[in-house]
Design a protein around this ligand. Structure first.
Ligand code: GDG
Length: 536
């Protein structure tokens, strides 16, 4: 069976569990698995891409670049920004080659690129081209901080932060999307190309590309949820966003609910024809295939790195410095964002200690996470709120040199994050709403020892797959406190059984399977179906 036909055998319902504590079974996720087939690897993906891509060039476009250059004292250095997008797409590009077009936001970027604004990356072992787009301060404010992150981000997440829609931000968003289109078209240069756009910053790009060059194959992955029609319709320019996205041959979301919400919005706002048995939306008589592709992590790499001597040394260092010896350790790792439910988590830990005082002095919760979007008021308010909740819980329970919660709001190196994942007896992901959440999958992938408990919000895409986690509503503080207690007290046999099953899910549904499914649908499904169809 060829890789392509094997992929088409896959079916992923993508539906969220209907109850808070779904049946502990992975059947829905691993349905379609062909027993005995090896899991997807970089090498297998590379072969698939080379076979499918033919003469087409692969171009990835995103706001954020995977390697940001800094300039300190005349010295250039680089770092990979924290965030799910880089984690997911960089390994894919490393295998496939091609060009990644992104905003050059680093202080050292201008010095790192050549005269065509290109640089080969990864810096220590180059395998693909990064082409940078320059934006003025004003453009960044309007397009990134404004329309994308104060409009679309809260619009798409049920976190009860009101979206703000400013006409000037929208105008800037449009002009920046045009600038990205100009740069991508320059990169394509009339040759056959498949352009794979990432996320909500570039919703207008596919339509602009299709209008300029109808031969370009266009695909996009929307990394965040798509809201219900009732919520989406408050966006004053929703029709234009939908039309922009329907310039794609293929549009991917993490789960089926988000696809359904998108198709409903297209039908009710634009009057597009929706053929939902085939997940097709027709706009201007041209089809867009709308499908769930649950994103994942490089299971094998994370699992391997987790066993490395560097990680073991780091575990020793952290255990000594943070006095973790003999403690039950809990862990949270997040980009500090109001969608991640961090204050809710801290409150639940406080309630857990109140309800189960026998754990005072015995449990330490480490909250790691990098600050993001600090220029936006809602993020500053979140930071204050986290400080308040922390002071409250630590103030009430700390004694001698023990504190229940240790907060590390830094961009921690990968080795430290890996060590924390191995130290942690349990990991808490309490998002109020999250497209997928890679932290949950990274925790599972790290636990080669097949131990550890994942406490997971049902409002993450990951909850559809990781049904062996302890699933708990982050708003239900009482139940959340009990879930923490359940994680702390879970017997080894049960922890082990659950972790083995979750590892098998993440190992199967890894980042390479995600990329392979997307790629096959992009190159085969859509190229053939790009025929005008009048009506159903
Ligand atoms: C969006 C969607 C979707 C976290 N703190 C540090 C750090 N991280 C890394 C984690 C993980 C990544 O950042 C966060 O990924 P998430 O998936 O949790 O979240 P978003 O950034 O919101 O990503 C999300 C994702 O896109 C992919 O489609 O899953 O739903 O919102 O890899 O480990 N990394 C470093 N230092 C930190 O302090 N280096």
């Amino acid at each position: 069976m060829s890789d392509g036909s094997l992929l088409r055998c896959w079916f992923f319902s993508g539906k969220k569990p209907e109850t808070e504590t779904p049946a502990r079974s992975n059947e829905g996720v691993i349905r379609g698995r062909v027993m005995g087939e090896p899991t997807w690897t970089r090498e297998k993906l590379r072969r698939l891409v080379h076979r499918e891509i033919g003469d087409y060039r692969l171009i990835v476009v995103s706001n954020r670049q995977p390697y940001v250059h800094d300039l300190v004292g005349g010295e250039l250095s680089y770092a990979s920004p924290a965030g799910g997008l880089t984690t997911a797409i960089d390994p894919l590009m490393q295998e496939c080659g091609g060009t990644w077009v992104a905003f050059g936001g680093g202080k050292g970027d201008l010095y790192a690129v050549d005269e065509k604004n290109r640089i080969q990356v990864p810096p220590d072992d180059p395998s693909y081209t990064l082409r940078l787009v320059w934006l003025t301060e004003e453009e960044q404010q309007g397009y990134y901080y404004g329309f994308s992150n104060q409009g679309l981000w809260p619009l798409c997440h049920n976190a009860f932060i009101e979206p703000t829609f400013q006409t000037s931000d929208w105008e800037t968003y449009k002009s920046v999307n045009n600038e990205f289109a100009r740069q991508v078209l320059d990169e394509v240069d009339g040759r056959p190309a498949a352009v794979f756009t990432q996320d909500y910053h570039l919703a207008l790009l596919p339509r602009l590309l299709r209008e300029a060059d109808p031969n370009i194959i266009t695909g996009q992955f929307w990394h965040i949820p798509w809201p219900t029609y009732e919520i989406f319709r408050i966006c004053p320019w929703g029709d234009q966003l939908l039309d922009g996205l329907l310039g794609n041959d293929l549009l991917g979301f993490h789960i089926g609910d988000h696809c359904d919400n998108f198709m409903e919005a297209a039908s009710r706002i634009l009057g597009s024809s929706v053929h939902d048995e085939y997940n097709l939306v027709y706009q201007n008589e041209e089809p867009t295939l709308v499908r769930p592709f649950p994103i994942s992590v490089d299971f094998e790499q994370i699992s391997q790195e987790s066993r490395s001597p560097e990680v073991t040394e780091e575990i020793d260092r952290l255990t000594e410095e943070m006095k973790l010896g003999g403690m039950i350790v809990g862990l949270g790792i997040d980009r500090i964002d109001y969608t991640k439910g961090i204050p809710h988590r801290i409150r639940a830990i406080g309630r857990f200690l109140e309800k189960y005082p026998e754990y005072i002095g015995k449990v330490v919760f480490i909250q790691a996470g990098v600050m993001s979007r600090t220029d936006i008021d809602a993020y500053q308010r979140l930071s204050d709120q986290i400080d308040q909740e922390l002071n409250n819980v630590n103030g009430r329970f700390a004694h001698d040199d023990w504190r229940p919660i240790v907060y590390l709001p830094d961009d921690l190196p990968a080795v430290t994050l890996a060590a924390l994942r191995r130290i942690a007896n349990f990991c808490v992901v309490s998002s109020l709403h999250d497209g997928m959440n890679l932290v949950a999958k990274e925790y599972v992938a790290s636990r080669f020892d097949e131990d550890g408990v994942l406490v997971l919000s049902p409002f993450t895409g990951a909850a559809s797959e990781l049904t062996d986690s302890v699933i708990v509503n982050p708003y239900a503080t009482e139940k959340f406190a009990d879930a923490i207690c359940e994680a702390v007290e879970m017997p080894y046999e049960e922890r082990h059984g659950r972790m083995v099953r979750m590892r098998s899910v993440v190992e199967e549904n890894n980042i390479y399977l995600w990329a392979a499914r997307l790629f096959v649908d992009l190159m085969q499904g859509t190229r053939r179906s790009r025929r005008p169809v009048r009506s159903f």
